[in-house]
Design a protein. Structure first.
Lengths: 189, 258
């Protein structure tokens, strides 16, 4: 790429509309898909993107290098925004099962998504391989973004043990993921 | 009210008020446990967005989103020039460009690699420069004689103590990439640390190494082995399940722009 995200971001901060568009093009599909994953709601996902790009353009969300990579940052802003909007709606009682009614998937022939799909499958498989309570923990914590107290209530756990459970679930998820990658070898030539 | 260390989860999920978040960040400066926990949470969740099924956004969404952003920009701050024509024509321009890109820039064999670039950028907090060999065990980096250092960078990673330097060294007719790392996490099984040189979002293998008991590792890589030459954007080190990854499978531990 000729210009890094960091350079692009600097131009956005200077009010360069074309650059915002460039960033938009680059992240549109990922952020949109992610917001749908989080909310299970395509209409809400569109609002999330709108909100995210308003925040970026009006400097309500400010990227700094010390916050890590730009891509991680914009994903995090999207996650917060989505969690926030869902809370404001408060209408849906998003449960684990609802993940299945994701809107129709895009044309699978688009090959540049192959890697993303593969990785996504591995990650979803890894999540499925977890013990049920750990799957729920990952979902409530990361994808639903509940507060510690809410997770404690939802799972009937003392507040103080929630952190440890989350950590354990995520660690298992990651070792599960390494296992699958080693065995599945989708990428191992 | 619970004590600061109990706020990591709510901080991570963005549930603290601005004031609470500030207080927590102040605490974070001095609390290594919290730093570590936060780092771990970030690391362990970094790839989770990829669990989303790719969904094609509605065609009109781009226009709506950008219009909303630009309109908000006009009402909130200066930036008086609203230029409808420009924005619609540039949308077309971008669409064309995108279509072109799809057709021209991406031969079929390249596509997974390009997508890996996206994934790569999501998984990693750090990017870096050069290349190394597949020589396994720790190797003393060749930093002697009259070799000339062409470029030297410090690789960094978020939330890790590991550190590394990479140097491109000219040895007579040959260029060598030398990477030295310390404070590395221990590896398990076949895991290796893999060095990548990145050009246009595409990672090239540039040597791998294992860490010793002291968490140190190094590798020297002859640039002549690389299938691509030229303008490296970044160098990165990732932890890979084995020494055969053609694209980064594991987390990027450290990186630097070149």
């Amino acid at each position: 790429m000729s210009r890094t995200d960091k350079e692009l971001y600097a131009l956005i901060a200077d009010g360069d509309k074309g650059t915002l568009e460039e960033i938009y093009d680059k992240y549109e599909k990922l952020l949109y898909s992610f917001a749908i994953k989080l909310s299970g709601d395509a209409t809400l996902a569109e609002e999330v993107l709108q909100e995210v790009f308003i925040k970026i353009w009006t400097h309500k969300a400010v990227y700094q290098e010390k916050k890590g990579k730009f891509s991680s940052w914009i994903v995090t802003v999207t996650r917060y925004t989505c969690i926030d909007l869902i809370r404001k709606r408060k209408d849906e009682n998003v449960s684990l099962e609802e993940e299945t009614d994701i809107p129709e998937e895009q044309d699978p022939s688009t090959e540049d998504l192959a890697e993303w799909r593969e990785q996504g499958q591995l990650i979803r498989q890894a999540i499925r391989n977890l013990a049920e309570e750990q799957t729920i923990m990952v979902d409530l914590f990361y994808f639903k973004g509940l507060t510690q107290r809410e997770i404690a209530e939802e799972c009937n756990l003392p507040l103080g043990t929630v952190k440890g459970r989350i950590r354990l679930a995520l660690k298992h998820l990651n070792s599960e993921l390494s296992n699958i990658q080693e065995k599945g070898g989708v990428h191992d030539v | 009210m619970y004590k600061e260390c109990e706020k990591v989860i709510d901080y991570f999920n963005g549930h603290l008020t601005e004031q609470e978040a500030q207080a927590f960040e102040a605490h974070l400066e001095t609390c290594e446990d919290c730093q570590e926990e936060l780092r771990e949470l970030r690391e362990l969740t970094e790839h989770l967005p990829l669990a989303s099924e790719p969904v094609e956004p509605p065609a009109e969404m781009k226009q709506n989103v950008l219009d909303a952003a630009f309109t908000a920009g006009e009402t909130t701050d200066e930036e008086p020039e609203a230029n409808e024509d420009k924005s619609s024509s540039s949308v077309d321009r971008y669409k064309e460009k995108q279509a072109e890109k799809r057709k021209l820039d991406k031969p079929a064999w390249l596509m997974p690699v390009l997508a890996a670039g996206l994934i790569f950028s999501l998984m990693g907090n750090m990017y870096a420069v050069f290349q190394t060999t597949q020589s396994d065990e720790d190797e003393a980096p060749p930093v002697e004689s009259t070799d000339e250092v062409l470029q030297r960078v410090q690789l960094q990673g978020e939330g890790t103590n590991a550190n590394a330097t990479a140097a491109m060294i000219n040895q007579g007719t040959e260029d060598m990439l030398v990477v030295q790392a310390g404070s590395l996490d221990p590896l398990q099984g076949d895991e290796v640390y893999q060095v990548w040189l990145i050009n246009d979002d595409q990672p090239y293998r540039a040597g791998s190494f294992k860490s010793n008991q002291q968490g140190e590792g190094a590798v020297a890589y002859s640039m002549a082995q690389l299938q691509s030459e030229g303008d490296w954007d970044a160098i990165a080190i990732s932890k890979e399940p084995n020494a055969n990854s053609e694209t980064p499978q594991g987390e990027v531990m450290m990186s630097s722009e070149l």
